[in-house]
Ligand binder design. Structure first.
Ligand code: NAD
Ligand code: SIN
Length: 483
């Protein structure tokens, strides 16, 4: 399969060979050579050549092309979902939801651009003041495997609308969907060279980071994001937008409906096999009978989850992205167990192999050491606490700050939690996972660098330009100037 898409032409990569093996079936879903460093630079050159014409196009024309891309995405909905499911194992209803989110992103991004990065003109005594926005230039987009279509699309659409050109490096764990995106852009009449793809892993990514780019729009792990932050230290000229992971807390504080609390916790932890950055990793629950019953309810739900291949009937969870991820998840659990965590339901590798695991739950209240790390899988750590203050303290005891939630009927507790929880997404009586495209997405700490995406992606796609404008040059009346 083709490793590069440059100036509208697909070609074989000249870098290392790589394969994408489906974690559900073990079949090879993508194979080919990665883009070499030379090819990455050719993609960047091409994006730079396409930049002047694209940024000079009227806003209306760019929007027209992106709207038409949206329609092309809608027409390829099933193909997009299948490509995602086969590459990384996401169940089909979830992958179809991802395809729908890609379509929905266009109108949302146009609205966001007008609201947040559009043009305004005001009258002034000398004439007028004008606020406008300029594109950065060539943007390198790095995609994660868990939303291999929706998340790069969420950077690419706002970046293109603002007049930037793009080189996309898809995740090597889910490369296939991006060929459908290229096809949709062609169908929409996007000029060649405005959107380019370089397939590959870390070496291809490193070449892109070292190329002549103006910005990096990254979604992925904390480890990679920190590497990029260090890489661009002392480079204020590069727009660096980092969307990273979380160690997200969910406080369950005695709502009347105990079953609803257990539903919200289980969905927060196990949606997309726990492979959403917004998934709850930690549930904080009061000591006592109410808490005991909720914990039992979460365990019951974990037991009942249907696990299987993407196209099987009534499946809630697919596999983890790879066998390696399944092994890493069991090791994470084992380390917690050695540290004194009590297993309430073990995350186990399933007989069908590949990335398949069951959902795990562990009470870590008495554990001696709990690593503040994101386990990207279906595993929930339970903390039992005596007071609400203690619950907030445990929730905020993390270096991350992506999502958090409170399940509680009491308005006073909600007002306190909203004010105190240190996270970019703080929900009440709703799962932590399942973001709204109408809102910004991102958070403090190691979850990003204060460049939230989704509705605020318009902000990092362009820089503001302020102008004071008088139509003719008129004399100024400063003290001491000659008459
Ligand atoms: P990852 O960091 O492993 O990879 C992300 C991208 O960076 C991939 O394209 C990868 O090839 C590239 N990359 C990785 N190491 C690199 C290197 N050394 N040099 C150059 N490129 C490199 O992330 P992932 O495992 O694909 O995605 C899961 C992670 O993403 C989780 O941590 C999750 O929380 C996070 N995530 C965050 C958000 C958000 O919006 N905050 C959304 C989805 C996922
Ligand atoms: C993610 O980007 O990983 C999750 C977004 C969501 O929860 O919808």
């Amino acid at each position: 399969m083709n490793g590069t898409y440059i100036a509208g032409v697909w070609a074989n990569g000249q870098g290392d060979w790589f394969e994408r093996i489906c974690p559900a079936t073990g079949t090879v879903n993508w194979q080919g050579n990665a883009a070499s460093a030379e090819q990455v630079n050719a993609a960047i050159d091409c994006a730079r050549q396409a930049l002047p014409a694209w940024r000079r196009l009227s806003q209306h024309d760019r929007e027209r092309i992106l709207l038409s891309y949206g329609e092309a995405i809608k027409g390829r909905r099933e193909a997009i979902a299948m490509a995602i499911s086969k590459d990384m194992g996401k169940v089909l209803w979830d992958a179809l939801g991802e395809a729908d989110a890609m379509y929905g992103k266009i109108q949302l991004s146009i609205r966001a651009l007008h609201e947040r990065a559009g043009e305004t003109v005001d009258k002034a005594a000398f004439g007028q003041t004008q606020l406008s926005h300029q594109p950065h230039g060539v943007m390198a987009v790095f995609a994660p495997f868990n939303f291999p279509g929706h998340l790069p699309n969420g950077h690419i659409v706002p970046a293109l609308l603002a007049g930037n050109t793009v080189v996309l490096k898809p995740s090597e764990l889910a490369p296939s969907v991006t060929a459908i995106m290229a096809d949709a852009f062609e169908a929409a009449g996007l000029p060649d060279g405005v959107f380019n793809i370089v397939q590959g892993g870390h070496e291809t990514g490193a070449a892109l980071l070292n190329g002549d780019i103006n910005g990096v729009l990254f979604t992925g792990s904390e480890k990679t994001g920190l590497m990029m932050h260090r890489h661009f230290a002392g480079r204020p000229d590069i727009m660096l937008a980092l969307e990273m992971g979380g160690n997200n807390p969910l406080i369950l504080w005695e709502p009347a409906d105990r079953d609803a609390a257990a539903d919200i916790a289980a969905q927060s932890a196990f949606l997309t096999t726990g492979q959403r950055c917004s998934c709850a990793r930690r549930a904080i629950i009061p000591e006592g009978r109410w808490g005991d019953a909720v914990v039992d309810g979460i365990i019951d739900r974990a037991k009942a989850l249907k696990i299987g291949q993407w196209d099987e009937e009534n499946i809630f969870m697919g596999p983890l992205v790879s066998e390696d991820a399944a092994i890493a998840a069991t090791q994470f659990q084992m380390n917690l167990s050695k540290s004194g965590g009590k297993s309430l339901r073990r995350l186990k590798r399933l007989e069908r192999g590949g990335g398949f695991v069951s959902a795990g739950i562990m009470d870590v209240t008495d554990a001696r050491y709990i690593a503040d790390e994101e386990l990207f899988g279906p595993f929930l750590q339970i903390y039992r606490v005596k007071t609400f203050e203690q619950a907030l303290h445990v929730a905020n005891d993390t270096r991350f700050g992506l999502s958090a939630g409170l399940v509680c009927d009491d308005d006073h507790y909600w007002a306190t939690a909203k004010a105190e929880l240190h996270a970019g997404i703080v929900n009440r009586n709703r799962p932590t996972a399942g973001a709204s495209g109408h809102l910004p997405f991102g958070g403090p700490g190691l979850s990003g660098n204060f460049r939230p995406g989704a509705y605020y992606a318009a902000d990092y796609s362009a820089w503001p330009q302020a102008s004071q404008i008088a139509d003719t040059a008129a004399r100024l009346t400063a003290i001491g100037f000659p008459d």
